[in-house]
Structure formats: C-alpha cells, structure tokens
Design a protein around this ligand. Structure first.
Ligand code: ADP
Ligand code: MG
Length: 321
C-alpha cells in the first residue's frame, strides 16, 4: 500500500458539511466559519514509548488520540467540529490501519467530528491530532475566569488511569476486575464534551484533568489569580479501588491528586448554580462531585475530612520532570 492508497481508501470517508468547503485531497482544507461563533484550535500528540506501549491495540490508540483532543474541546465548552491527523508509522499495515481507522471514525462520528486533513510519513510511532471546535461568540470556558467563593467540581472518577499504570509497572497489585475498570479508563477515556457545552452558561472556569488534579487546577488558580481549598476525601474514585486491602492512603491520594490521564473536567461555578449543574450532569449522564471552594489568595490547600493538612510529594506529571 502507498501513502496515497492509505489516504484515499482509509481516510477519505466522510462527507462535506455546510461550513466545510473543501476536505481531504487538496493542499489544505477550507472552512467557512459561521458568524456568531468563536473557533477553538488545539493539538495533542501521542508518542510511542512516552504515551503508549508498543503493543497497544490500534483501536485503543485511535480512540485515545482523538479522545484527548475532544477533551480539550470539552474543557472549553466547545463543540468539536473538525480534526486533522498526522501520523508517523514504521509501515502501512492493512489490518492495523483498518482497526485504527474504524475506531477513529467511530469516535469521530459519535462526536460529530469530520477529518479534514493531516499528514502521513514513515517514522517511529507518533500520532498527532489537531482539533477545531466552536463556541457561541465570547462564551468559552476559560482558565482565567474562576472567582473567589466558587464551588470546585470534578466530573466522573479520578485516579483510575494512574492506578492502571502503576499496575503495569508492578508497583501495586490489583484484582482483575478492578484492574480491568482502571485499564478501560486509561485506554479509552470518555471526553466530557456534552457536559462541557452545558457548562457554558453555568460555570466560570474549566480545565480537563490530563496531568493530575492538583497540577491542573493549579493552572486555573494561576490564570484566575485565586486560591483553593479542596477536601481530598471528597474526590470521587472507584470504590473498589479505594477499598483495596493493603493500599496506603498516600498511594491513593497520589493517584487522585497527581495521577494523570483520566480526562475528566474540573470546573468552578457560583454556589447559586448547584441545582442547575446537577441537572446538567443528569441530562448528559455525567456524574459530578463538589470537592472544594475557590478562595482569595493564590495557594492550593488540601485537607482531609478531619481537617488535617495534606502535603503532596508531587503535583502531577511533567514530561521533562
Ligand atoms: P501535501 O503533499 O500537500 O502535504 P499530502 O499528499 O501529504 O499533501 O496529502 C494529501 C491529502 O491527504 C491532504 O489533503 C492531506 O490533508 C490528506 N492527508 C494526508 N495524510 C493524512 C492523514 N493522516 N489524515 C488525514 N488526512 C491526511
Ligand atoms: Mg504531506
């Protein structure tokens, strides 16, 4: 198979839409944005050995590379619309590419995303998606809009992907059923796109959790020039994981606060919005939990139910740390 067979047979599957003037096949795609909307651009890359193991299933890899980009759109309350995919692959293997593309287009269709271009080259396992989304004019959820007095919420369950990774490194033992649930999260994160869009009118600031809650909420605090108080015992996780015999509280906290890869949302909103947020969470079938408050000041304070202060060894993941 040549590069051009790959593009024509595997990638040119989708239809044009009213704003997509020209898709895959020319030197560049053309989008004619509708008025009244702001466009969002983001890119996220997965590198073999750094972000995935070499034996990863092609369907899982395809899911993840698009899902992490969808998660960036979710974090801004944006509706994802178009994506570009750049790949470096050692060879063009038919079965591998079929599984990869099927999973990619399945997820793309589920979220209404059209693949409009990309690049294909021979090389050592790199997958990069550029994603384009939209929000109504000036409505985006930004990191710099948290206000003192806001509640802090998170979606879903945290710490599962990090627990699965530690199991891979043999740092912990987990029962097969617990590991399977954690591994599912690590491999196939569910981007919270529907919730993000509902939050446009309800939340002040939002961010997705890719590198650990403590580090990621730190970006909101810094951008908004505020502090936060979080009760770590309120952070939602898988009950069976938290109740693992032999698991130390420090290990669990590390997963919840510094573990990455869950791709849940952390967001802040006025207390007056509590009922509306719970209703939005129900409409979008996305559980949400209130874990703390935004404060004046600039620090993140973590404590447990009893009020004991929690010090973290490490706030989150740093690619160069
Ligand atoms: P160029 O030589 O101008 O870079 P290419 O020959 O690389 O163009 O690509 C031809 C068309 O196929 C372009 O529209 C490009 O966007 C698209 N394309 C190439 N690789 C991919 C890919 N991995 N995913 C989606 N579209 C791709
Ligand atoms: Mg090219």
């Amino acid at each position: 198979m040549t590069e051009f067979d790959f593009i024509r047979l595997y990638l040119q599957r989708q239809q044009q839409d009213s704003e997509l003037v020209l898709g895959i096949g020319d030197d560049a795609a053309i989008i004619r944005p509708r008025s009244g909307y702001d466009l969002h651009f983001s890119t996220d890359m997965l590198v073999g050995g750094t972000h995935f193991f070499s034996d990863v299933a092609p369907a899982d890899l395809a899911h993840k590379v698009l899902a992490v980009n969808l998660s960036d759109m979710a974090a801004m309350g944006a509706r994802p619309r178009w994506a570009l995919l750049s790949v470096a692959l050692p060879e063009l293997n038919k079965d591998w590419l079929t599984a990869f593309c099927d999973a990619l287009f399945t997820l793309a269709a589920r979220f209404g995303v059209t693949l409009i271009g990309g690049d294909t080259t021979k090389g050592n396992w790199v997958f990069n998606v550029n994603i384009i989304g939209e929000t109504p004019y000036q409505q985006a959820l930004r990191r710099d809009a948290a206000q003192a007095g806001d509640d802090i919420w998170v979606s879903g369950l945290l710490g599962l992907a990090a627990a699965a990774l530690d199991r891979h490194w043999n740092k912990v033992t987990l029962p097969a059923t617990v590991f399977a649930q954690c591994e599912e999260r690590r491999l196939r994160p569910e981007p919270r796109v529907a919730l993000g869009q509902e939050l446009l009118s309800l939340a002040h600031a939002a961010q997705d959790i890719s590198d650990g809650l403590a580090q990621d909420i730190g970006h909101i605090l810094k951008a908004s020039k505020v502090g936060a108080e979080i009760n770590a015992d309120l952070i939602p996780t898988l009950t069976a994981l938290a109740q693992q015999p032999g698991l130390t509280p420090a290990q669990l906290r590390h997963w919840l606060l510094a573990g990455g890869d869950d791709y849940e949302l952390v967001f802040t909103a006025a207390p007056a919005q509590r009922e509306a947020i719970i209703a939005a969470a129900e409409r979008t079938h996305t559980p949400v939990t209130r874990i703390g408050v935004i404060t004046t000041g600039t620090q993140l304070h973590l404590h447990d139910h009893a009020g004991n202060v929690i010090q973290l060894q490490q706030q989150g993941f740093d690619h160069f740390g």
